[in-house]
Ligand binder design. Structure first.
Ligand code: SF4
Length: 238
């Protein structure tokens, strides 16, 4: 077996183990390339793992298009969780629409309203959740494990692609004819909200286009943090 075949087999085994031993479990998809690998593996194997995405209200049209493209390709409708309208209105009224450029604190508050709170609702009642994070994506993810405790949400978090390289992801998508976000062909290796993501130049870090005005060590949206700190508290053998 080549390396990618081995990786795929290990990831399929991880997902099957989650479905068997950690139900109910959900996959939080950002609709980017990594997440499409997991979407393809989950849906082709018909695993009982729900897929949802956080529709922050600030996503690119190309990202929103992925909802329809997944539905037409797989016959599966990704569940969408949106922020509380009154929280968004209060933030914008008090601080302005794009106040996240002003400070890390204002940026994290926007992420808390548009991502972290809706994530909490999406994870309610689950035993485990799954992300498409990879270890090689950034300095904040260097100690990522396939299986981790998530004390913030009181459950187990799985990162089945922790060991995958960017090339592994693209080889998988190409080999399996998986649809992917059109922004990836326009210089966006990592995709978040439109005002907080820009295209990168060849050779730049893959997450250089995310919150590019901030220090690299603060670049997480709060979905993988506890009390404002990045956590990799306890890994568990998968
Ligand atoms: S990524 Fe930007 S627009 Fe999106 S929730 Fe965070 S600060 Fe707000």
């Amino acid at each position: 077996m080549d390396d990618l075949t081995t990786l795929i087999a290990a990831t399929e085994a991880t997902l099957q183990g989650i479905a068997a031993d950690f139900a109910p479990a959900v996959f939080a998809s950002s609709l980017a390339a990594e997440d499409m690998v997991l979407t393809d593996l989950i849906l082709r194997a018909k695993l009982p793992i729900g897929i949802f995405s956080l529709e922050t209200g600030r996503l690119h049209p190309e990202t929103l298009d992925m909802i329809e493209r997944i539905e037409s390709h797989y016959g599966y409708r990704v569940a969408l969780y949106r922020p509380q309208p009154e929280a968004v209105e209060a933030y914008v009224a008090q601080n302005g629409l794009n106040a996240f450029y002003n400070s890390v604190e204002m940026r994290r508050e926007c992420c808390r309203i548009r991502k972290v709170e809706p994530l909490g609702r999406a994870l309610a009642g689950q035993r485990a959740w799954i992300t498409g994070q990879r270890r090689a994506q950034s300095s904040t993810r260097a100690e990522l494990h396939v299986q981790e405790d998530d004390p913030a949400h009181g459950m187990v978090k799985f990162n089945p692609l922790a060991d995958w390289s960017e090339q592994d992801v693209w080889n998988y998508l190409r080999d399996h004819g998986v649809p992917y976000n059109a922004l990836h062909d326009q210089g966006y290796p990592s995709i978040g909200c439109a005002p907080c993501t820009r295209a990168i130049e060849p050779g730049e870090d893959v997450r250089a286009g995310r919150w590019w005005w901030e220090n690299p060590d603060s670049k997480e949206c709060g979905l993988h943090m506890v009390d404002g700190k990045l956590i990799r508290i306890k890994s568990v053998a998968a």
